[in-house]
Design a protein around this ligand. Structure first.
Ligand code: DAH
Length: 341
């Protein structure tokens, strides 16, 4: 009887040695340790043994069960280690190879200038006010004191929609009306950045699309001195504390009086070069005191408040800064140009 038990152990251990994978291991477990295994059957039949053999047979049976269980665990470990070894051999990975470089994008040169402009105006207390690219004729012209047939409209020819009176804005100035109508009668201090469009023959100096950054401050007691001081301060923050500015009289229908601001050429320091066309000055922006009619159209009483406005072109600023000679580069989508910034 006990011999049968010893033989059973030997056979089971021999079978375990032959097991090479986890499926075979599971099958072995069922066959040798399962409920209908020879060992389980033997243990179940203990009662049929003569009483004096029973304790020893039972004890030996349990020992064999434990021995098979630990042999199973050991075999499992061995198989796992072999598995790992195999995958380490077959899936060799050279961690010393150099990585593949990630192609990093960058900000468009216009975005870089825009962000710089935002920061400077934000530091001076101006909020960004977003306004629409598709405008009504009324906002783009009429409410800005440019009535139909006004000759100034010729300066700003644009793309018209099929609905009458709908157009792509030619400048960011119509945003002034939107901002004023939202804030009036409270004071307002905003910049209005965005894309503008003009119906132009495309040349190195003119494009059909470009950015502008408009500015607007309206409130009680705002003076021409505030306008000049604010613009000169902007120039110093933008181009450095030593930059010199000059103001020239100009005309815009929506401001009175109107001016243009130049900064001293940062390339030649005012001595004269090709960029400043030997004038020593670079034209940077247009500005003026908001015309009373425009204030009224924005919902303000020109007798109690006044304000100033200005408009500048970030592409022009970028062109001056980097010596870019052709404005078509900005929207030409040529990486050889864009990757230089
Ligand atoms: N809108 C003008 C343009 O497109 C620029 C401009 C000039 C804006 C004077 C202003 C301003 O707000 O006061 O050329």
């Amino acid at each position: 009887m006990l011999e049968r038990l010893e033989g059973l152990e030997k056979d089971a251990l021999a079978a375990l040695e032959a097991v090479q994978d986890s499926a075979a291991l599971a099958a072995w477990k069922t066959a040798c340790l399962g409920r209908s295994s020879p060992l389980a059957t033997f243990m179940g039949d203990l009662g049929s043994l003569p009483a004096e053999q029973r304790p020893q047979a039972g004890k030996r049976g349990n020992e064999i069960k434990r021995a098979l269980e630990s042999a199973l665990a050991a075999r499992e470990e061995t198989l796992k280690a072999a598995d790992l070894e195999r995958s380490l051999q077959s899936e060799k990975l050279d961690v010393t190879l150099p990585g593949r470089p990630v192609r990093r994008g960058r900000l468009h040169p216009s975005s870089q200038v825009l962000r710089r402009i935002y920061t400077v105006w934000a530091d001076m207390g101006f909020q960004i006010y977003r306004s629409r690219n598709v405008e009504l004729d009324e906002y783009n012209f009429t409410l800005l004191n440019i009535p139909p047939h006004h000759p100034a409209r010729d300066m700003w020819d644009t793309f018209y929609g099929t609905d009458p009176g709908v157009l792509l804005r030619t400048h960011t100035s119509p945003g002034q009306i939107h901002a004023m109508r939202e804030y009036a009668p409270e004071p307002v201090r905003v910049i209005l950045p965005g894309m503008c469009f003009r119906y132009e023959q495309i040349t190195a100096r003119s494009e059909i699309q470009f950015h502008q950054v408009e500015g607007l401050a309206v409130g009680p007691g705002i003076t021409f001195a505030n306008l000049k001081g604010t613009l000169a301060d902007f120039a110093r923050r933008m181009w450095g504390g030593n930059v010199r500015t000059q103001f020239r009289a100009d005309h815009f229908p929506f401001t009175e009086p109107s001016l243009e601001m130049d900064i001293e050429c940062f390339l030649c320091g005012g001595k004269g070069c090709t960029v400043c066309k030997y004038s020593g000055w670079l034209e940077i922006l247009g500005a003026g005191m908001v015309h009373p009619t425009v204030l009224k159209n924005g919902g303000y009483d020109p007798k109690t408040v006044s304000g100033f406005a200005f408009g500048m072109g970030p592409e022009r600023i970028a062109m001056l800064r980097h010596g870019i000679e052709d404005i078509r580069n900005f929207w030409g989508n040529d990486l050889r140009f864009l990757e230089q910034f």
